[in-house]
Design a protein around this ligand. Structure first.
Ligand SMILES: Cc1nc(NNC(=O)[C@H](CC2CCCC2)CN(O)CO)c(F)c(N2CCN3CCOC[C@@H]3C2)n1
Ligand code: NI
Length: 187
């Protein structure tokens, strides 16, 4: 079972490496890893389990954060609107790839954090508001999905990790809270 002890922290070189593609269909080891990554996220969002296992809350996780330099990410974003259960996303993506993205940009109003970063880094992380992502699932099936707003932000944060990019790389140091016109602020 994955716990915080398995998550490497900033300064560890694996967080800055470009991760390798995995064979498709994913081998048993990579399927198991994906399941454990998704379970970690679910545990981290369960008050009892998070408390018991001392987990920080997470909606996404990338294999490099476990010192595994493979292009595997997991996302577990609960739907904010109970009427629209499909508005959440819960899946493991193998070799995810952003095929296209909107010109329109967006950011989380509260900025971003990272389970591999043990400090607050204030500032807006401006990303594409909508993305089209292709990925393979645990069975090796290819998917092509369009994501927007919160789901799009989370997946971009995770895909950044498999490319060695940290969220604060996107923050304007001179003026972290500067917002260009037209950037959608997501709360
Ligand atoms: C936005 C948010 N970021 C949380 N943490 N950071 C993370 O997930 C990092 C990845 C996210 C940082 C910004 C975009 C992606 C982890 N990362 O570093 C992976 O690369 C949260 F925990 C969280 N939520 C809201 C939903 N809530 C449902 C109930 O349970 C608690 C949960 C808390 N929202
Ligand atoms: Ni992160």
């Amino acid at each position: 079972m994955i716990t915080m002890d398995d998550i490497i922290r900033e300064g560890h070189p694996t967080l800055r490496a470009v991760a390798k593609e995995v064979p498709i269909p994913p081998v048993a080891e990579d399927v198991e890893l994906g399941k454990e990554m998704l379970q970690f996220l679910k545990n981290s969002q369960d008050p009892e389990k998070a408390e018991e296992l001392h987990l920080r809350g997470g909606v996404g996780l990338a294999a490099p954060q476990l010192d595994i330099s493979k292009r595997i990410i997991a996302v577990h974003v609960p739907s904010i609107d109970p009427e629209k259960p499909e508005s959440g996303i819960s899946t493991v993506m193998y070799n995810p790839k952003i095929l296209s993205h909107s010109v329109q940009e967006a950011c989380l109003g509260e900025g971003e954090g990272c389970l591999s970063v043990d400090r607050e880094v204030p500032g807006y992380v401006v990303r594409a508001a909508r993305i089209t992502v292709s990925y393979f699932d645990a069975e090796g099936e290819k998917h092509k999905i369009r994501l927007k707003n919160y789901n799009a932000i989370v997946v971009q944060h995770e895909i950044d990790h498999i490319n060695g990019i940290m969220f604060y790389d996107h923050i304007d140091e001179k003026n972290p809270l500067k917002l260009k016109d037209g950037v959608l602020v997501i709360d």
